[in-house]
Design a binder for this molecule. Sequence first.
Ligand code: NAP
Length: 317
Amino acid sequence: MKSTSTDMAIQPIITLNNGVKIPAIGLGTWQSKPEDVVNAVEYAIKDVGYRHIDCAAMYGNEKEVGEGIRRSGVPRSEVFLTSKLWCTRHHEVEKALDESLANFGTDYLDLYLIHWPVHLNPHGNHPSFPLRPDGSRDVLVDWPLKETWRQMEEVLKKGKVKAIGVSNFSEKKLEEILPTATVIPAVNQLELHLYNPQHNLLKYLSEKGIVAQAYSPLGSTNSPLLEDETVASLAKKHELTPPDVLLGYLLSKNIVVLPKSVTPSRIASNFKGAIAAKEKLTKEDVELLDGVAPGGKQKRLIMPPWGIDLGFENWTK
Ligand SMILES: NC(=O)c1ccc[n+]([C@@H]2O[C@H](COP(=O)([O-])OP(=O)(O)OC[C@H]3O[C@@H](n4cnc5c(N)ncnc54)[C@H](OP(=O)(O)O)[C@@H]3O)[C@@H](O)[C@H]2O)c1
């Protein structure tokens, strides 16, 4: 089955603060092995109707993601492609971006994000995750994030990317770049799901006109969310599956969702189920889901040991 313009018509689209339109369901690719991700991306675009792929230099699969897009037969201009600046490259944004572009085999990205508000020592003892002799992360603690952002603004001006944004930025970290920013980040990609809804940060982002993207929307590897009883009851009520409810919940809040899968049946059901759940979930259902984490189930799942305070609520070292 080839995806049609009808599929495109029904998938939710969000307009970013610079007018760029982003399909609200994107295929995640973290931990997708290079040999699997080619087929996953091709299938998602050609057979299901995805028009948004979330990638990152750190995932080590940009080449294969680019190949999957080409194999889909859908023009590059119809696919929204995101990548991210890795932590050892904050001082050389354009160089890192050019490497990503070459990997994908494309001459622009739709969105480029600072992966984490952390600059790791580029001359450290490991190319991606350097450690100090005492075993702690080799973070350049005095690096000004506003300088990374200035370089992000440069590549935007040059037309190498259509939009720029951040990832894993708390309000505190955003306040380190906003006073000198000439471009407001278009998005902030965050761990957002039933057990980590970050209600306060979402309110702040909305006030600033920054769109939130949900990573690990299903609860990532070995997810505890799929067994949640509130989700199960809503799934039963609306004849949906738990993953549908988890994704539809976020879409209902105008959050971009990035479910990852390399399994064709799940790639398809996540897309269709998310759209169906967005239609079916009521305002009361969404309020009920909003209350699950504050009601005692708050849990972060992705907490790399950076060794510095990122300024997030509920981040326990
Ligand atoms: N900016 C950041 O720092 C950051 C951090 C984490 C993630 N991300 C992005 O967000 C994406 C999503 O996050 P994530 O990969 O952590 O987790 P996720 O999408 O919440 O969950 C992925 C896991 O769920 C499984 N799965 C997918 N659909 C399923 C279904 N319908 N039923 C049951 N299991 C299902 C997948 O398995 P199979 O693949 O085997 O089907 C995989 O193990 C990433 O891939 C990446 O693009 C960004």
